[in-house]
Write a protein that binds this ligand. Structure first.
Ligand SMILES: Cc1cc2nc3c(=O)[nH]c(=O)nc-3n(C[C@H](O)[C@H](O)[C@H](O)COP(=O)(O)OP(=O)(O)OC[C@H]3O[C@@H](n4cnc5c(N)ncnc54)[C@H](O)[C@@H]3O)c2cc1C
Length: 452
């Protein structure tokens, strides 16, 4: 009967190849993206002012990287004590480096696919398959057997409502939650219609890659390192005054920074929570658009064991939808199992309070799946909860019921002074990803130059 949303948990797959990518009428090609010469981008731009970029995640760093290549003056203000945003690296937990945030490069047909290739970064195909806990055992095929590919005119209802409308009872509920979780969402909040519509835009490729080192290193070594003198860490932006020609950004230590243009790349949660005051206030249509974009809870828990009792393939249950062998694509001897917990499951684990309780809940589920071997061989855990990170506050954006063109409205420039980037502002189906975030940084540099 229905649907399938996603053949593999945790990994983006394209369902319909889309051959055209257009950003605001500009064709983006890999050659153009890797060259980034000013004459390629905007031959007739007269812009010679100062740009402030807020946020040093993939979007902000990539915007800075391009501005530097164009010889344009810029500064990046970053709230936390490191560049990378939702990319991070853990080096003292295992005998191989671990990605605390994003770890898969979803397809190579993107600015970051180009960067990996041009920089000689070692990546390998990750062929591991999703498995599903059902009727007391792990099965290779999702019992929901959803297949969106053949479904036209999906209703604008939640995944959960859609499953119920198609006759799936309570025993399937946590499988629906698993699929929603892969999109970083609660199954009652994510739209079947808009998720499919945005999936159809995906064109960066179907293969998932893992880094021999980390995704963080790709960005850190090839982008951050080239612009590190322009990045101010520990600088929490609290106010943006765009009332005059000269724009002023104020941080929470009351230090002012002046600019001619501002690129805002903070997570959508930061905009929704109004952590930054805008003077004058942003138009109502803009804030309404921000609030229509979803962003749910998400965490990664790394569990270290003395023996490898678990399967190489990805499996999941009611506490965590997706466990993965962290060694895939890497070299090392330690047995590290990743619990990739998103959406409602991450909300639940966060509600338990402490890292110890989160770890115990996961061990209990694994004991049930693997005859108590988890607790018997448990050595250590690292919990990376992105939901409680004060400047991230979630995992990644998803498409809510009624989202419509909210992402497009959210990205529109304000008075050709403020420009909006970040994964949630990606309107070509690559939201939720690092390369999608980088694409928006690139796009907003072009828009900024075109605005002059
Ligand atoms: C657990 C997890 C796993 C993921 N896995 C993958 C994956 O495998 N592959 C993939 O492609 N994507 C993955 N993603 C998604 C990917 O990490 C994000 O889409 C991408 O990194 C977002 O980049 P960004 O620049 O839009 O935002 P961010 O990286 O969030 O950067 C925004 C920056 O703004 C800063 N900031 C916030 N408020 C302020 C303020 N007031 N003043 C100054 N700075 C501020 C933040 O500190 C942050 O550094 C994953 C995400 C998570 C959480």
């Amino acid at each position: 009967m229905l649907l399938l949303l996603r053949p593999k948990l945790m990994k983006r797959k394209t369902f319909i190849q889309n051959t055209i990518t257009a950003y605001l009428g500009l064709m983006i090609t890999p050659a153009l993206l890797s060259s980034c010469r000013k004459e390629d981008l905007l031959p007739d731009s007269n812009f010679s002012g100062k740009v402030i970029i807020i946020g040093a995640g993939a979007a902000g760093l990539y915007a800075g990287f391009i501005l530097k290549s164009l010889g344009i003056d810029f500064t990046i203000l970053e709230a936390s004590n490191k560049a990378g945003g939702r990319l991070g690296k853990l080096t003292d937990f295992a005998d191989f480096p671990i990605d605390l945030g994003a770890q898969w490069l979803h397809g190579r047909n993107s600015v970051l696919g180009d960067l990996a290739q041009n920089s000689g970064t070692a990546i390998s195909v990750d062929n591991s398959e999703a498995r599903y806990w059902f009727n007391g055992g792990l099965v290779a095929t999702n019992p929901l057997n959803w297949d969106f590919e053949d479904q036209d005119n999906l209703p604008d209802v939640s995944f959960l409502a859609y499953a119920e409308q198609n006759g799936f009872g309570a025993e399937y509920k946590f499988l629906v939650e698993q699929i929603a979780g892969d999109f970083g969402a609660d199954s009652s909040e994510i739209s079947a219609k808009w998720t499919k519509a945005e999936e159809e835009e995906w064109n960066s490729g179907e293969t998932d890659y893992k880094f021999q080192e980390t995704f963080f290193d790709l960005i850190d070594k090839n982008i951050t390192a080239t612009i590190s003198d322009r990045i101010h860490l520990n600088t929490v932006v609290s106010k943006i005054d765009y009332s005059g020609d000269q724009l002023t950004v104020t941080d929470n230590a009351s230090i002012n920074y002046n600019a001619d243009k501002i690129i805002i790349t903070v997570p959508i949660t930061v905009l929704q929570d109004e952590d930054i005051e805008f003077v004058p206030a942003l138009p109502a249509a803009k804030t309404e658009a921000f609030n229509k974009i979803g962003m749910g809870a998400g965490m990664k828990v790394f569990l270290k064991f003395s023996s490898k009792f678990y399967d190489e393939n990805i499996g999941g249950g009611e506490i965590c939808a997706a466990y993965a062998d962290e060694i895939t694509g890497k070299t090392g001897n330690d047995n590290i199992l990743l619990a990739f917990v998103m959406g409602k499951q991450a909300e639940y684990l966060t509600s338990l309070g402490s890292d110890l309780e989160i770890t115990n809940a996961l061990l209990s589920e694994l004991d049930n799946m693997y005859d108590n071997q988890a607790t018997a061989s448990f050595m250590d855990a690292h919990v990376e909860n992105w939901t409680t990170h004060p400047y991230i506050k979630g995992a990644y954006s998803f498409s809510t019921i009624g989202i419509g063109d909210a992402r497009s409205i959210a990205t529109e420039s304000i008075d050709n002074k403020l420009f909006f980037a970040g994964e949630a502002m990606n309107i070509n189906g690559h939201h939720q990803t690092v390369h999608g975030a980088a694409e928006t940084g690139y796009r907003e540099v072009i828009n900024l130059l075109k605005s002059e």
